[in-house]
Design a protein. Structure first.
Length: 160
């Protein structure tokens, strides 16, 4: 299996495991712990570094960025499907629990009923999955733009 597939699959599986941990422990619905979810960003970046090291030899900067983005697209598609499975099958009440917490957080922040209603309408399994897909791809592109610079310096690769 080539490095793009391996890294993309690793990002997807590791982030999916973290999502399950967040759901099982209830951290995703705990206002003081719910931001731990964003460790998925660190997971993605660490695996991208590993994956881009694997395919650095002989690749230009652009090829490295493209490889990292491809890894993230693969992971994002996997996570899109997994997110739907998580919120519709494995934990079917999770979205409603998240809405309850978000309602209280927004009320505590002084948001109006109209603002709260708009925010809650954006919490559906499909929208959550789409946000995960977009976040994974954008994070991967931005991280790859930076990581590829360091891969080139460390590898002593020629300029494109």
């Amino acid at each position: 299996m080539n490095s793009i597939l391996k890294a993309g699959f690793a990002i997807g599986v590791l982030c999916a495991i973290w999502q399950v941990i967040m759901a099982l422990t209830g951290w995703i619905t705990n206002p003081s712990l719910m931001n731990l979810f964003y460790l998925v960003i660190l997971i993605e970046i660490v695996v991208l570094i590993w994956g881009l090291k694997q395919c650095a030899a002989g690749n230009t900067y652009g090829q490295q960025v493209l490889a990292g983005t491809a890894m993230s697209v693969l992971a994002g598609v996997f996570l899109f499907a997994f997110s739907l499975l998580l919120t519709m099958v494995l934990f079917p009440n999770l979205i409603n629990e998240m809405k309850t917490v978000q309602t209280q957080v927004l009320k505590d922040a002084g948001r109006s009923e109209a603002e709260i209603s708009v925010a809650l309408n954006l919490q559906t399994p499909l929208i959550q999955a789409l946000q995960g897909l977009i976040g994974t791809v954008v994070t991967g592109l931005l991280a790859s733009l930076i990581i590829a610079i360091f891969m080139r310096k460390k590898g002593g690769m020629q300029s494109s």
